[in-house]
Design a protein around this ligand. Structure first.
Ligand code: IPM
Ligand code: MN
Length: 360
């Protein structure tokens, strides 16, 4: 298969981790005789520095003509501490999601057996956790009208959803549940918010088309508590944009490091793959950032194009590296391996599949 991949590695540790997933995709291309070509473009703070725009036209044009986008991370502390900044790196990511119509963000969360003691949560609580979060990504409070009064003393963000926006992401979540343990939990705040009541109504009506799926509802405050109290009760979680953002960071604690969590952002035409972590500015250039979230995002890219054997090879290699404790310092208390070394080790496992004794 030929794939032209736009690489938007962005800020902070973005380029370091993305370089590792490119390495992995190249190893996959070589092993399975695919042709993957990569083309880089600017996004985020680095794009603001160079062009004044967090999503330059050239970058968007590249994404619109590419088969997929591999995204690194964005954000820079110089903007976080300046509430009056007119242009922010995050606007680049949000504009990209909107322009590419990436309405569904899929975030798998898993407790790896060999990492159970790395989580601050107790082992018996997180054991057997295997969740996929379907987060709506182009609507809700992130994209509603924003106002700030002239005197700067009053502000508002509108949260709005249409039936169509709810349905398209919900269909994907129902289908995902059908392929798993058939349990779907809608997380909302329907006891307070009108938008949440619409979500419940629309999703309930859809459930008759998926009679094998067991649909449950949970208020977001309770869901936040259940996520650390009894996470293995969840299978597929479906939720709106902001709740999904918050719940998925919370869920990342289960795996032992946010540096493990990958995501796919999908629309009708385009797809983008990115780790859920941020730009981790304190770690930039130190070679300590965990590349696994980016590498697993590359595996989701392979799956998206139906290359499931290839994706499984990447996941098996990652699991093997984790089992052998070839991990960056976030997961390895003995100092750990560098970003580059972890990537190279996984690359080696892919190239030499005899090293991948998957069931051993
Ligand atoms: C994420 C991030 C983004 C979000 C930020 C950087 C805009 O936190 O992808 O989870 O809030 O969606
Ligand atoms: Mn987030």
């Amino acid at each position: 298969m030929n794939l032209h991949i736009a690489v938007l590695s962005g800020d902070g540790i973005g380029p370091e981790v993305t370089n590792q997933s490119i390495k992995i995709l190249n190893a996959v291309a070589e092993k399975y005789q695919h042709t993957f070509t990569f083309e880089e473009a600017l996004v985020g703070a680095i794009a603001i520095d160079e062009t004044g725009n967090p999503l330059p036209d050239k970058t968007l044009d590249l994404c619109l003509e590419a088969d997929a986008v591999l995204f690194g991370a964005i954000g820079d502390p110089k903007y976080d501490n300046d509430p009056s900044a007119k242009v922010r790196p995050e606007q680049g990511l949000l504009a990209l999601r909107k322009s590419l119509g990436l309405f569904a963000n899929i975030r798998p969360v898993k407790a790896y057996d060999t990492l159970l003691d790395k989580s601050p949560l107790k082992k018996h609580i997180i054991e057997n956790t295997d969740i996929v979060i379907y987060r709506e990504l182009t609507g809700g409070i992130y994209f509603g009208e924003k106002t700030l009064s002239e005197d700067g003393t009053q502000a508002s963000d509108l949260c709005s959803y249409s039936r169509g926006e709810i349905e398209r992401v919900s269909h994907l979540a129902f289908k995902a549940a059908q392929g798993r343990t058939k349990k779907l939990t809608l997380v909302d705040k329907a006891n307070v918010l009108e938008t949440s009541r619409l979500w419940r109504k629309v999703v309930t009506a859809m459930a008759s088309h998926y009679p094998d799926v067991n649909l449950e509802f949970l208020f977001v405050d309770n869901a936040a508590m259940q996520m650390v109290l009894n996470p293995s009760q969840f299978d597929v979680i479906l939720t709106e944009n902001m709740f999904g953002d918050i719940i998925s960071d919370e869920a990342s604690v289960i795996g032992g490091s946010i540096g493990l969590l990958a995501s796919a952002s999908i629309g009708n035409k385009y797809a983008m793959f990115e780790p859920i972590h941020g730009s981790y500015p304190q770690a930039t250039g130190k070679g300590i950032a965990n590349p696994i979230a980016s590498i697993l995002s590359a595996a989701m890219l392979l799956d998206h194009f139906g290359l499931s054997k290839e994706a499984a090879t990447v996941r098996n290699a990652v699991e093997r590296a984790i089992k052998l404790e070839i991990c960056t310092p976030d997961l390895n208390s003995n100092g750990g391996y560098s970003t580059e070394n972890v990537g190279t080790f996984i690359e080696g496992l892919i190239a030499d599949s005899s090293a991948l004794h998957i069931n051993s």
